[in-house]
Design a protein around this ligand. Sequence first.
Ligand code: GLU
Length: 363
Amino acid sequence: MERKFPKKLKRVVVKVGSSLLATHLMKPHEASLRSLVAQICDLRDKGIDVVLVSSGAIALGLGALNEKVRPSDTPSLQAAAAIGQALLMQLYCDYFKARGRACAQILLTWEDFADRTRFNNARNTLDVLLERGAIPIINENDTISTDEIKFGDNDKLSALVAALVHADLLIMLSDVDGLYKKEDGKLTELFKEIRTITEEIEGAAGGAKNKNVSKGGMTAKIQAVKIASSADVPCIIANGQAENVIRRIVLDREPLGTYFFEKEEKLLMRKHWIIFVAKPKGTVTVDDGAKKALLKGNVSLLLPGIARYEGVFKAGDVVIVEDTKGNAIARGITNYSVSDLVKISDKKSKREFIHLDDLVITA
Ligand code: GLU
């Protein structure tokens, strides 16, 4: 049976992790790389835009240095990435060139998504590359950022990219077939389709299989799915070792892997940014009355509801809203800086600390 997608697949983001690109000795997995490039070119030849989010820099860098074990200190990982990124791009360029295609390197950090100007610059560059038929290859800029080194092997980055380019599908290639049900601690059957990420789904996810070659694993992928699907991008987690997996998913519509529907209730771009992209600069604790009102919905957070605040934030920054027990219940853009709050003498003033339109309930 063919898989049905909500939209025609005109633009696809493919994320490939280190474990598919590097061998256990952390040398390039040439057969995998070659097959990946061939499949991307096949899609491209059919007029489908493809953005590749590729890890592998650290693993290949370690291999080039003949290191057998992944170091635990960040500067060594960043140095390895600087070596490996060049090797990785050299291989991609050669393979794409052999198919008559140009490829481009784009290194991004989380801050690039949080800053409007940089975000627009990245999107404009990507648009032109895709228009010209080139293949953008994105990795985290590991020299100056460590988000994916620590948490996700580019899973989150791929979701942010999928949102940035308004992809019709994000395919995350892994070294397992998808997400499996967990019963009594054992993995049983593969989830074919998931509409909502429940606690059971989150519980079924685990960390990376080969921690020497990559970070990440299913937990990071599920977090990435949440980011992408709230931006209207459906996701598939599939086994990158399966023959021609990308071609079969996109061109043949084979129902491979685990398919996550995009959310029925989409977040507006601004709210998506508040939850997933902006880095919170502080935390405000609200009293029980304000919590109740916020959870009921459709209200702004007013100054009298704030019991305490922490952090150094200014007007326009994103802050986390917590209840008195320390549970995060919302996020939003403040209208006041810390120094404004100190100065306000009328603590009962009903002024809006976070306007309704800038507030997202996360509880
Ligand atoms: N950006 C990193 C890389 O390409 C992430 C992978 C990792 O942490 O191993 O190597």
